[in-house]
Design a binder for this molecule. Structure first.
Ligand code: ZN
Length: 84
């Protein structure tokens, strides 16, 4: 069982620092995705947002909508006494 991070070359990727093509490798570390340039040593973390975040946002929006509708229901119609 190997636990070493597997570095894979990204075909056609251009290094943002030295502009060399096919020198970028991608690897996983500490649960995150990183890229590294084997030419100049440039490296940074790739921020890939999981799609679960979108679902949480939608749930929040739906909850706010439900609360707004609930508030509307709390308003009572103005009753006019026409019996007088
Ligand atoms: Zn580079």
């Amino acid at each position: 069982m190997e636990e070493k991070p597997v570095k894979r070359f990204i075909a056609g990727a251009v290094c943002p620092k030295c502009a060399q093509m096919d020198r970028i490798v991608m690897y996983k570390k500490d649960g995150g995705d990183f890229r590294e340039c084997v030419e100049c040593g440039f490296n940074d973390e790739l921020h890939i947002q999981p799609q679960v975040r979108e679902l949480e946002t939608r749930v929040n929006i739906s909850k706010e909508t439900i609360e707004a509708e609930t508030q509307v229901l709390q308003f009572k119609p103005i009753a006019k006494n026409k019996d007088d």
